[in-house]
Design a protein around this ligand. Structure first.
Ligand SMILES: Cc1cc2nc3c(=O)[nH]c(=O)nc-3n(C[C@H](O)[C@H](O)[C@H](O)COP(=O)(O)OP(=O)(O)OC[C@H]3O[C@@H](n4cnc5c(N)ncnc54)[C@H](O)[C@@H]3O)c2cc1C
Length: 427
């Protein structure tokens, strides 16, 4: 009998975990992704703040596939799924499946604000993190010889939108980059000349955390010099300004948007599936879609509820769901079925700066140095590849002792640099 074919669409956290669980088993495994690497998104902000190099947070998928005799990889853009014919449509041609695991993740949600889409930085992809790093370094280069005080101040003002883990971690890391490195590199720029403004629409940072940890994160960021603006909403942007609800305008050439996510584009291309909040695909308790028990949806793309509330778009959810989908497929092949998917919430964490983080685990709360060490260890553990772990650990150790960031390279000068020059030439 021919082997059953399992296709995994998207090789992020959920897809990779499903593939690992099926590697070496008695099915044919085809993994598809538009990138030839798995990306560790939680550390993108460190690439953007010159702490890590791109290669350290990505792992080539073919490096995994060559170790798995039953697996192959297809570099392709997935543009749809024909559920009736059991076929994934890609720009490299159709791929038939017996089982399908859809794990295409999410995209940034700009809530329909065109001007923000046009002018804000997004932090989902490796090239975006590099783009943002280039831009930050470039702003300092420009500011250091800028005679116009107003323009200089706008170049050195960085607005971060979204008080979730990404916004908090990025703001803290950027502040440290400025205090320990960029202000030393540019003796003509004082730390007090720079501003980092972290904006959040609700009345608190890190809303998924307990009250005291939220308060700790808020106080810590402020003590580091980050301006935190709660209950503030961005409604528009230009290359040189950020507009708030109520009419206030902040002169700034840097806007990072980390205020919302919705399901990846692929969710919109799937016909006859029910979608929930953020365009995520509604799944049954066993993570399959209605009428298609051979199709599993996992991770950020899946709208799977617990006590009526959708599970968060976080790596542990994707990992556990990927694992479950793989086990369910193997069980099905043996004529068994699994009980419904159950998410085991192991906690959450966010780092704020050197020796400072907040974390919850098994009902306990941690903050400060202990939480920071736990954050470091956990991220090292989940990074893919021994070499990546080793180099990241060395980079972190070096940065900790010498307050230095090695990756201060401007590798491309892009559109925003041009906008700065244009502004200067305007009457
Ligand atoms: C900046 C940032 C920081 C984060 N920090 C944390 C954190 O600290 N803790 C935490 O738990 N979570 C964090 N997350 C969220 C976490 O990364 C996601 O929840 C997790 O990656 C979801 O896993 P997934 O498998 O669903 O999707 P992903 O990991 O996003 O993988 C999706 C894969 O599908 C591929 N793909 C998508 N569409 C297509 C297509 N049409 N064709 C081909 N391939 C496609 C993509 O290339 C990607 O490889 C963070 C996310 C970001 C962006």
């Amino acid at each position: 009998m021919p082997k059953k074919r399992v296709v995994i669409a998207g090789m992020g956290f959920g897809g990779l975990r499903a593939a690992r669980a099926l590697a070496g088993s008695d099915v044919e495994l085809i993994m598809i992704d538009r990138n030839n690497y798995h990306l560790f998104q939680p550390l993108l902000y460190q690439v953007a703040t010159a702490g890590l190099e791109q290669e350290e947070i990505a792992y080539p998928l073919r490096g995994l596939v060559r170790r798995w005799h039953n697996a192959s990889f297809l570099l392709a853009e997935i543009c749809g799924v024909n559920f009736a014919d059991k076929c994934v449509q890609t720009d490299a041609g159709p791929v038939q499946y017996d089982y399908l695991v859809v794990a295409a993740g999410s995209r940034t949600n700009f809530f329909g604000m065109e001007s923000v889409v046009a002018h804000a930085f997004d932090l989902k992809r490796l090239d975006q993190a590099e783009d943002l790093r280039n831009h930050i370094l470039l702003m300092f280069e420009r500011a250091s010889h800028e005679p116009d005080a107003k323009l200089r101040s706008a170049l050195l003002t960085f607005v971060v939108v979204g008080g979730g883990p990404t916004g908090v971690e990025f703001s803290g890391a950027l502040r440290e980059l400025i205090v320990y490195v960029l202000s030393q590199d540019h003796p003509d720029i004082a730390v007090s000349d720079t501003r980092i403004i972290l904006m959040e629409a609700t009345d608190s940072l890190l809303t998924a955390m307990p009250d005291d940890l939220r308060r700790y994160a808020y106080d810590k960021l402020r003590s580091m010099g980050v301006e935190v603006m709660l209950e503030s909403r961005v409604v528009g942007a230009t290359a040189a300004s950020v507009e708030l609800y109520g009419g206030t305008e902040i002169a700034s050439h840097t806007l990072l948007w980390s205020a919302g996510v919705s399901a990846a584009e692929l969710a919109g291309y799937l016909r006859d599936v029910e979608s929930g909040a953020g365009g995520r695909i509604m799944v049954q308790p066993d993570l399959t879609i209605h009428d298609h028990p051979e199709v599993f949806v996992v991770g950020d793309m899946a709208c799977c509820t617990k006590d009526g509330v959708p599970l968060p778009m976080m790596a542990p959810v994707a990992i556990q769901q990927g694992e479950y989908a793989a086990r369910a497929i193997m069980a099905r092949e043996q004529g068994r079925s699994l009980p419904a998917f159950h998410y085991l919430d192991k906690g959450a964490m966010a780092t704020i700066g050197k020796s400072s983080a907040v974390a919850t685990a098994a009902g306990f709360k941690f903050r400060g140095f202990i939480a920071w060490v736990a954050w470091l260890l956990l991220h090292l553990y989940y990074l893919i590849g021994f070499r990546n772990r080793l180099i990241v650990m060395m980079n972190w150790t070096y940065a900790y002792w010498f307050q230095e960031r090695q990756v201060r390279l401007i590798t491309a000068i892009k559109r925003r640099a041009v906008s700065v020059v244009l502004d200067r030439n305007e009457p």
